[in-house]
Design a protein around this ligand. Structure first.
Ligand SMILES: [Zn+2]
Length: 174
């Protein structure tokens, strides 16, 4: 199972992250009948487009039966909109995930302290998974203890991967 990819033609089973264009203009999307998807507003997208302008597209797709997860969404201290804006958007994704009972796929760069604090504060019922996890074992341990699942891409820390229980780790091509 490929947990997270941006390749619209990825072989199944996989979860394909819907592209920005599909949120901007749902009429132009072409879903594959056999595929599953995730939908979210990537923090990088918010640098060029106000996330409120993509909200309608997000809400439209979130309820679609082929959409099985919300995300990727999240916090990135190196790229994208200001952290205040990113957090506002992230909170909207969390509500959507809880409301629709679809788990969350998270992009997090240099903002784990904030993410951990938010999870503690919000106490979500849905699973939260960090995609493309490359952190060290200490961080992995901290995230696992806080209830996060981890998804590993092409490059990752071997020790972090092995300390993650198989039921709580995924593989992805991104
Ligand atoms: Zn991605």
């Amino acid at each position: 199972m490929n947990f997270h990819t941006h390749d619209l033609h990825a072989p199944m089973p996989a979860i394909i992250n819907m592209p920005l264009e599909w949120l901007r203009n749902p009429a132009e999307a072409s879903l594959r009948a056999e595929a599953t998807y995730s939908v979210g507003i990537h923090p990088w997208w918010m640098a060029e487009t106000a996330w409120e302008d993509l909200k309608e597209g997000l809400y439209f797709w979130a309820t679609h039966p082929q959409v099985v997860r919300i995300g990727e969404c999240g916090l990135d201290r190196l790229k994208g909109a200001s952290l205040v804006v990113q957090e506002e958007a992230f909170l909207a994704h969390v509500s959507l995930s809880e409301q629709l009972q679809k788990p969350l796929t998270i992009h997090c760069v240099k903002a784990y302290d904030r993410l951990l604090a938010l999870r503690k504060q919000l106490r979500p019922t849905q699973l939260w998974a960090i995609h493309g996890f490359r952190g060290k074992p200490e961080l992995a341990q901290q995230l696992l203890a806080a209830g996060f699942d981890l998804s590993f891409g092409a490059s990752y820390n071997e020790d972090a991967f092995h300390l993650c229980p198989p039921t709580r780790r995924y593989r992805e091509t991104d």
